[in-house]
Ligand binder design. Structure first.
Ligand code: HEC
Ligand code: HEC
Length: 352
């Protein structure tokens, strides 16, 4: 009988090998059908060896490849679908909003002439440039500003009504469907409920004095006026439809209900991205102090009003840098607007 065993050994061996291959194959197929595994794998493959040193850490979130949208400028036709065309139109609307929806807009005149990408850099794909990476993964979500669960459409209209000081776009319009499809495409590889480190805006380190608009004016003159103009009101493109350098205040700028009207948002955006031609998050040009001070200067200049009396229905949830009362604490509106913020935060933490 022992002999028999010996005889069938090669056959049995082959059988075992076949099973092992089968099981491993099935396991891999299972893993590969899981989007977060693919995401991790893609990131792993995209990493360079230098990533291990924390100081040179490359961005974790890599925006999807726009050449994979059908009919790009490069003429690549990879996904010739209706959805693809909608995504592409959405990207165009985010990049050149004013041409379609600005004061002389081809589709309708409902906004102030700014483009979404003036604030969401590179059509909302730039790491640390207020990008859209976390939108598809985190919306719909409850937001304290409105006190409701917000869809992506509602969030887009928030920016149209505040940052673009305009009127809302109907949810079923082709333009809204396109913008939402595009934003979802930008965040398509981000696992649900997660926010990449380089999404949105990062607040600079706090300073222990109020941000100073007098010092900020000097920063403005040295670092910003060459593009945004001596008066800060920007400069139009030759087409007269879009800004070459968008306005930072005045009637064509974002209104008092916009996110950038909060000092932490403004200082964070500017520190990581301005001056636009030389600054990056990894190599900022402004110091933290300069970012806070230039923010104080710009946000002390006049800009459009907005009825925000319905915002923050639960006032205990107002961000500490929201510049309008009432508040649950006894700090002044001026301190809520310009800081210092540490003492306000300490009180807010105690309350929780
Ligand atoms: C004046 C600057 C500005 C303009 C112009 C602007 N936005 Fe925004 N947007 C912001 C700021 C600031 C935030 C909040 C970022 C934060 O708090 O981290 C924001 C947030 C968003 C979010 C939510 C992002 C998230 O991760 O939760 C979406 C979606 C959005 N904007 C879409 C748009 C669209 C679409 C347009 C054009 C129609 C537009 N925005 C124009 C400044 C702007
Ligand atoms: C080299 C020219 C240049 C300089 C210098 C510059 N910016 Fe900008 N800035 C831009 C451009 C261009 C945009 C729009 C980016 C886009 O559309 O891609 C912009 C956008 C902005 C925005 C968002 C849009 C808006 O108008 O509200 C703010 C805020 C801003 N800059 C603030 C500043 C501040 C503050 C400084 C000085 C510290 C500064 N910038 C220096 C070119 C510049």
């Amino acid at each position: 009988m022992l002999q028999d065993d010996h005889i069938i050994k090669p056959a049995r061996y082959a059988m075992i090998c076949a099973w092992v291959v089968l099981i491993m194959g099935a396991g891999l197929a299972l893993l590969a059908s899981n989007p977060s595994f693919i995401f991790a794998l893609k990131n792993f493959l995209a990493q360079k060896p230098s990533v291990k040193k924390p100081t040179t850490e490359k961005s974790f979130w890599v925006p999807p490849d726009s050449t994979l949208i059908p009919e790009t400028e490069e003429g690549k036709l990879i996904l010739e679908t209706e959805e693809g065309k909608l995504i592409l139109y959405g990207r165009e609307l985010v990049s050149h909003t004013s041409i379609y929806l600005g004061p002389k807009g081809k589709v309708k005149a409902i906004s102030n002439g700014m483009n979404c990408q003036n604030c969401h850099l590179k059509a909302g794909t730039l790491p640390f440039g207020n990008n859209y990476s976390a939108v598809a993964s985190t919306y719909p979500k409850f937001r304290h500003r409105s006190g409701t669960v917000e869809s992506i459409e509602k969030r887009v209209n928030d920016c149209i009504e505040r940052s673009l000081n305009g009127r809302e776009l109907p949810n079923d319009s082709k333009e809204m469907r396109a913008i939402v499809s595009y934003i979802k495409w930008v965040g398509k590889d981000v696992p649900k409920k997660t926010t990449p480190r380089e999404a949105g805006i990062q607040t600079p380190s706090y300073i222990d004095r109020p941000a100073d608009s007098v010092k900020g004016k000097i920063v403005y003159q040295n670092r910003c006026s060459r593009c945004h103009g001596q008066d800060g009101k920007g400069m139009m493109n030759a087409n007269g439809m879009e800004w070459k350098y968008p306005p930072l205040h005045g009637e064509n700028s974002f209104n008092i209900g916009a996110g950038l009207f909060r000092l932490t948002r403004f200082a964070g955006y500017v520190k990581a991205n301005m001056p636009n031609d030389i600054a990056t998050y990894e190599k900022p040009v402004l110091s933290d102090e300069e970012a806070w001070d230039v923010g104080a200067y710009v946000l002390s200049l006049p800009r459009p009003e907005k009825d925000i009396s319905k915002d923050w229905p639960d006032i205990s949830k107002k961000p500490f840098d929201h510049p309008f009362g009432p508040y649950v604490d006894s700090f002044s509106e001026v301190q809520h607007k310009y800081g210092p913020f540490a003492s306000i935060q300490a009180v807010q933490k105690k309350g929780k």
